[in-house]
Design a protein around this ligand. Structure first.
Ligand SMILES: Cc1ncc(COP(=O)(O)O)c(C=O)c1O
Length: 397
């Protein structure tokens, strides 16, 4: 971009209602429920976080982090392959492997970096990579980084994915999908995708950033709920900064896969290792999530309550049984107005606009967590129905 184009580019974003503004959000203020935040001086109920289990404010995680910081300090000091790999990382990886039922796991600093690393390690230049059209940006960027030829199949259309795999002139290297789609809350047709990938000998990568900890009878994610094994889905990506209330991410798979990533995933190799106190908090989150399984049930129960009440109030909803509940609004301008109206009513619900979602499919992304209570959910639905009445583009149905 040329230097003189900077201001016009920002003005153009502003004109099309696509300019982003960061707001300072004070989390977990004293004498408030854990679902409350203070946004620029105003106390609001937060329906926008990915803290599905309400673990981010859990005292056990904070204690694990503080205890580890007093023993190990705040920084890792180096990358994993130099001298930054500590006991907490090793233990976290073993526990993640056990939790996901895989031979090994590799801890990355973020989910974005995990996807960059795994995609670029498994897809070679010129090979074909197939992605769901609504895949997360990090899967797309990982595919681009690999130099592979990226193709996208229609959202959740496993038959189209199979057809595209069959039509590929060279055997495709990778088929990748989100488990739970981050902006839609729906779940990929994993059994069909696993069959298609196996038939065409492609790697299947499932990024379960929003499913792990929440979905499945034991919270082990979308693969558990679909009854799929490591054989069906050889590469599983999970995050630690969402349901697990801490930070970081992991790839879980066979011992050979992890060994390859240690050698080839540049976003693992060429970066400072995650601070050990963060790994200690993530370990505690894994234990707490399993011990306090009511958190998962609570988030799902409140999700069902939200859907039932919203349905009755005529608030339009997308098909989603997960705590991610998008309310379609239609345009960036209308979504921003709806966000503002909800803010005035006491709720922090962020408008999701292009390019995060396709143009014309702007929405409010409501997320339910174990930290909410029934009154907060009911009050949100009431406010949403008023907002929808006021918006030409979001009429109650
Ligand atoms: C599907 C998906 N994958 C990966 C990521 C990236 O994870 P992280 O925030 O740990 O970088 C996100 C969200 O941020 C996501 O929604």
């Amino acid at each position: 971009m040329q230097r003189q184009s900077l201001e016009p580019a920002l003005e153009s974003l502003e004109r099309s209602n696509l300019r982003r503004h960061r707001h300072t959000v004070e989390r977990f203020p004293e004498q408030a429920s854990h679902a409350e935040v203070i946004v620029e001086g105003r106390r609001l109920v937060d329906f926008s976080s990915n803290d599905y289990l309400g673990l981010a404010a859990h005292p056990a995680l904070a204690a694990a982090m503080a205890g580890c910081a007093s023993r190990c300090g705040s920084g890792s000091g180096a990358s994993h392959l130099i001298s930054g790999h500590g006991l907490e990382h090793a233990a976290l990886e073993e526990e993640l492997a056990a939790f996901t039922g895989r031979e090994r796991a590799l801890a990355f600093s973020t989910g974005y970096m995990a996807n960059l690393g795994v995609m670029s390690a498994l897809a070679d230049r010129g090979e074909a990579v197939l992605l769901d059209r609504l895949s997360h940006a990090s899967l797309i960027d990982g595919g681009l980084l690999s130099g592979a030829r990226l193709r996208r199949y229609p959202h959740c259309d496993a038959a189209a994915a199979r057809r595209m795999l069959a039509e590929s002139p060279r055997p495709p290297a990778v088929l990748a999908t989100d488990g739970v789609f981050s902006m839609d809350g729906d779940i990929a047709p994993l059994a069909e995708l696993a069959r298609a990938a196996r038939a065409h000998r492609a790697w299947l990568i499932v990024d379960d950033a929003h499913g792990i900890g929440v979905v499945g009878p034991n919270g082990r994610g979308v693969l558990e709920s679909a009854g799929l094994t490591a054989d069906d889905v050889p590469v599983l990506v999970g995050t630690l900064g969402k349901a697990f209330g801490s930070f970081g991410a992991f790839v879980a798979g066979s011992a050979a896969l992890i060994e390859l990533l240690v050698h080839k995933a540049r976003s693992y190799i060429y970066t400072t290792a995650l601070p050990q106190p963060v790994a200690a908090a993530a370990r505690e989150a894994l234990r707490t999530a399993q011990r306090e399984s009511w958190r998962r049930e609570r988030a799902l129960e409140l999700t069902r309550r939200f859907r039932a009440a919203a349905g009755q109030a005529g608030v339009p909803l997308a098909e989603s049984a997960t705590p991610i509940q998008p309310v379609p609004i239609g345009s960036a301008g209308a979504a921003l107005l709806a966000q503002q109206a909800l803010r005035e009513a006491g709720f922090w619900v962020v408008a999701i606009r292009a390019p995060t979602v396709p143009v014309g499919r702007e929405r409010l992304r409501v997320t339910l967590t174990a930290a909410h209570n029934e009154d907060q959910v009911d009050a949100l639905v009431e406010a949403l129905s008023r907002v929808c009445l006021d918006s030409l583009e979001c009429r109650p149905q």
